[in-house]
Design a protein around this ligand. Sequence first.
Ligand code: SAM
Length: 237
Amino acid sequence: QLSERLQAVSRHVPRGAKLADIGSDHAYLPVYLLEHGVIERAIAGEINDGPLLSAMENIQANGFTDHIQVKKGSGLAVLLNETDIDTVTIAGMGGPLITAILNDGQEHLSTIKRLILQPNVAADRIRQWLYSEGWDLISEEILEEEGHIYEILVAEPGTGTAAYSNVESEFKKELWLGPILIQEKHSAFQKKWKWEYEQLKRIEESLNEAKDKNTVSERLADVDQKITWLKEVFHYE
Ligand code: SAM
């Protein structure tokens, strides 16, 4: 049984897609998508030998060796000399690592029509990159599974600005929280940010107690800004 998290990722993969799943580990996602007749073929990219082997074994066990090719390599480098791949999934990593993979492999993204990214933390880093590089967010999702909250960002080539409200004062807040998630206010979204709010209040308190105010002033301003944004969005007291 595929995790809820990866099932949610799978629902954003277009029918007939030719997929590259980067950091595929056991290749659970491409195997599931092929089993359900969603994709035509896939590359399962892996940097490490252990997960690479697990991917090979799982693909073989499911009889998909003709349709899922396992490639060893870092990030999008596995797309070298591949001309038909149109969809990329990168799931289960931190936002900074996903952003680095996208940024380092930009030359391999020219044929890609959709990115489906599932950061475990720091989704804002990815949003910033997508915005700067002209990828429009077309969908955002948030879900909770076994006590963890996950975000899914789906992007397609465009101007980068599409999902944002175009109100300058709102931009950084939307980037941080997610321009689509902020509209929907899903229960997992409320839970995540309530927890973050409590953390920020605690940090604010300890920064306020610091003896040397100069050394903490920048950090305090950042924390205060975030507290203000969360109050605006959730109307906390
Ligand atoms: N994508 C699967 C999922 O969502 O369940 C596996 C996530 S697992 C936590 C992260 C995988 O990414 C590991 O198998 C790791 O070896 C691989 N990985 C980490 N950095 C990578 C990179 N730069 N290129 C390719 N794979 C990478």
